[in-house]
Design a protein around this ligand. Structure first.
Ligand code: SAH
Length: 618
């Protein structure tokens, strides 16, 4: 199963006819869905069989699954799920696919249930059309109720329907952002005078008046680090009450809590550990040596004597909010320490809160290293297309981003960078993935052939990556030599090699050595990066080296911008190679001693000496 479908698990697929089951089988393999069929289809492989009515069965599966894929008439699906639907914030995603596999309908829970996104990914997988009918899709807006999801923001209270409706009507909505990432440029920002709705992005918990005419909602980026100090044996309930109380009295949303910070001595404090598990919050612990370096408003000599630092709660909150100790601590305390005791609960707890600049996403990032082929969309593998659509952020050279524009959708962060900044691009991608985003890094052709995959992996290794987090997946693409070859026939039919003439990262002596070796060994040779505006001599030298070993009439193909609008193809010979303009968009294919041209075609025989005996057939 591809990691791309991780966020949707568990997924159920349902087929009631043999055609539908055949359609869904490979999809289930790709998505990790469980395929359910009636008894009549029990002979199908890798299926689960339900008995009795489908209606009862769907009802039984409804609560435990996050997505349903039906290959069934839409009407039938509507009748099946109608009695089960409760609320768009809780209902699972419901997708319908027709038996021919031409359409993938996002039927229910398009936003919060992620059905729209799942439908998009499945459509790429099946080469089908996704049917998304939500208004925000057409407006180029990610949807009021999902825009913070990539950053782990939590939805707070508010009139979500009212603000979404204002956006859908094309009305202005004011966005007031007080915390969190500004990577996503929210397109509809307006001033308060014309606004018909308002979105707050903040750790503050606002109470909206029910009679207010202006619908308002609030997203809470997780920027609050709660520092805790407590006596041994303090109960989970007391910790919970204390944090709740501190948040309430300071108008802070509990949903904006990033995590809990304390001293390492408390890493096994039962009440604290239970509280974190229940709320799914990280527990960050620091040593007394680290904590004592922090300047805090309320130090205590008693605490210092006991644990070796004058502050636990305040210092831990500040350190956690800063990411690490650093030279000087920047994140200020938002709430000074407050002490709680209760007659009914054991222990005592101290709470302090600091606010971080960067929100905690609570997600494990992924790097999708994607080859997008030579140019045309239909030369990109469905897996790579799915990966581009699955990404929260897409990073690449602007020309390639333009070529894949139809695969992008509102809500994705697009970072197009100039061609020369490959290393910065790799570093940026890693930074975003370490923060928790799913990041697509796109290269033309294959990303592992003079592409970004190597740069990203090299950089990860240099940073001491453990090989697992962030996760990495590589999606192959059609490389330039294959694309170029296909346009002139079959020049790569026998042993071949690729040599890049760019000496930016490789010493020229090494390149020359390889050219000589390839020429001598009679490899068909593809030259990448043959010539740039400043690097003009190398292609001439390469030609001269080949002429020492090969006939001047050896066929050569110059393929420029294969599969792009400005494609140019020239068939020539080794001797005349320099008569045609060659640039950085060209791939040069030099034939071996048996390569011949035939009209507009360049053909390298499958074997040598004019007969096929060593080719092993086919
Ligand atoms: N990762 C890419 C190669 C990048 S190096 C791949 O696998 O194809 C850039 C070089 O690739 C260019 O200088 C050119 O030689 C070649 N190239 C890339 N796209 C091409 C295309 N559409 N047509 C011809 N050559 C291309």
């Amino acid at each position: 199963m591809s990691q791309l479908f991780q966020d949707f698990q568990p997924i159920v697929a349902i087929a009631t006819t043999p055609t539908a089951a055949k359609k869904l089988q490979p999809l289930c393999q790709a998505t990790g869905a469980t395929l359910w069929v009636p008894e009549s289809l029990r002979d199908f492989e890798s299926v689960e069989v339900y008995t009795g009515s489908l209606k009862t069965h769907v009802a039984a599966l409804w609560q435990q699954n996050r997505a349903f894929i039906f290959c069934l008439a839409t009407g039938a699906v509507v009748r099946l799920i109608a009695p089960l639907l409760e609320d768009k914030s809780r209902d699972p995603a419901v997708i319908v696919i027709d038996e021919k596999g031409q359409f993938v309908i996002s039927l229910c829970s398009g936003h919060q249930g992620k059905a729209d996104q799942l439908a998009r990914l499945i459509a790429h997988q099946l080469d089908a059309t996704p049917i998304l009918t939500g208004a925000s899709t057409a407006l180029g807006f990610p949807g009021v109720d999902i825009l913070g999801v990539p950053f782990g923001w939590q939805r707070g209270e508010g009139d979500w329907t009212g603000v979404s409706a204002a956006v859908a009507r094309g009305e202005e909505v004011e966005v007031i952002q007080e915390a969190g990432s500004t990577l996503l440029q929210v397109a509809t920002s307006a001033t308060s005078s014309v606004a018909r709705g308002r979105i707050w992005i903040s750790p503050t918990r606002r109470q909206f008046l029910p009679e207010s005419k202006l619908p308002e909602v609030q997203w809470h980026p997780r920027v609050l680090w709660v520092g805790i100090g407590c006596e041994r044996g303090t109960s989970k309930e007391l910790i919970e009450t204390a944090i709740g109380e501190v948040c309430r009295s300071n108008n802070l949303a509990e949903k904006a809590i990033a995590g809990i910070a304390t001293i390492d001595l408390k890493a096994d404090e039962v009440g604290l550990v239970e509280f974190c598990q229940e709320r799914n919050l990280p527990l960050r612990t620091f040593s007394a040596e680290v904590l004592r370096m922090v300047n805090v408003p309320t130090p205590s000599t008693v605490v210092d004597k006991e644990v070796g630092t004058p502050s636990v709660a305040e210092a831990a909150a500040i350190v956690a909010a800063n990411g690490d100790v650093g030279e000087q601590c920047l994140a200020p305390l938002l709430v000074k320490k407050q002490i709680f005791k209760s007659e009914n609960q054991p222990g005592a707890v101290t709470v302090a809160i600091a606010q971080s600049q960067l929100e905690y996403t609570g997600r494990i990032g992924q790097l999708l290293l994607i080859g997008t082929g030579p140019g045309q969309l239909n030369q990109i593998t469905p897996a790579a297309q799915t990966a581009v659509a699955a990404a929260d952020a897409v990073i690449g050279y602007s020309l390639y981003i333009d070529l894949i524009a139809p695969l992008l959708h509102p809500g994705q962060i697009i970072e197009a960078l100039p061609i020369t900044q490959e290393r910065q691009r790799a570093k940026r991608a890693i930074e975003l993935a370490q923060w928790g985003l799913t990041v697509a890094v796109v290269s033309s052709g294959d990303c592992g052939i003079y592409g970004m995959a190597g740069l990203v992996l090299e950089e990860l290794r240099a940073q001491g990556w453990d090989g697992k987090i962030p996760g990495v997946q590589v999606f192959p693409g059609i490389t330039a030599l294959q694309a170029a070859a296909s346009r002139v026939g079959a020049p790569l039919m026998h042993d071949f090699c690729a040599i890049s003439l760019s000496d930016l990262l490789t010493p020229w002596e090494m390149i020359e050595k390889r050219l000589r070796a390839a020429a001598q060994a009679d490899f068909v040779t593809a030259l990448y990066n043959p010539r740039s505006q400043t690097r003009t001599q190398q292609i001439g030298t390469a030609r001269d080296i080949f002429l020492q070993y090969r006939d001047p009439n050896t066929p050569v193909a110059l393929v420029r911008s294969a599969y792009r609008q400005d494609e140019q193809i020239t068939l020539t010979t080794l001797e005349k190679l320099l008569d045609t303009p060659i640039d950085m968009l060209t791939t040069v294919l030099i034939g071996n001693q048996s390569t011949r041209t035939h009209g507009d075609w360049m053909i390298t025989p499958r074997g040598y000496l004019g007969f096929d005996s060593e080719s092993g057939g086919s």
